[in-house]
Design a protein. Structure first.
Length: 79
């Protein structure tokens, strides 16, 4: 059972995406080894995949295409 000080990672990621601070999710110990663009894209795709409405989630083929950069990642983030 979650404690009162428990934070839902999905809620935190959604908040940080909305406030344009998604890179604060990354472990600082990784240092400069992180590709900022890829990290931001990964979080955006993950948020699309966790949309509360299944009909609004992308198909896996779309997810792969987004991650490979073949199609653009929509800016639509669930409310």
């Amino acid at each position: 059972m979650p404690s009162d000080n428990c934070v839902c990672l999905l809620d935190k990621a959604l908040f940080l995406e909305r406030t344009k601070n998604v890179m604060s999710l990354v472990d600082e110990r990784l240092g400069s080894e992180i590709n900022t663009t890829e990290t931001k894209n990964l979080v955006k795709v993950a948020l699309l995949c966790t949309n509360p409405s299944p009909s609004l989630r992308p198909a896996m083929s779309e997810v792969v295409s987004m991650l490979e950069g073949r199609i653009s990642i929509p800016d639509v983030i669930p409310e």
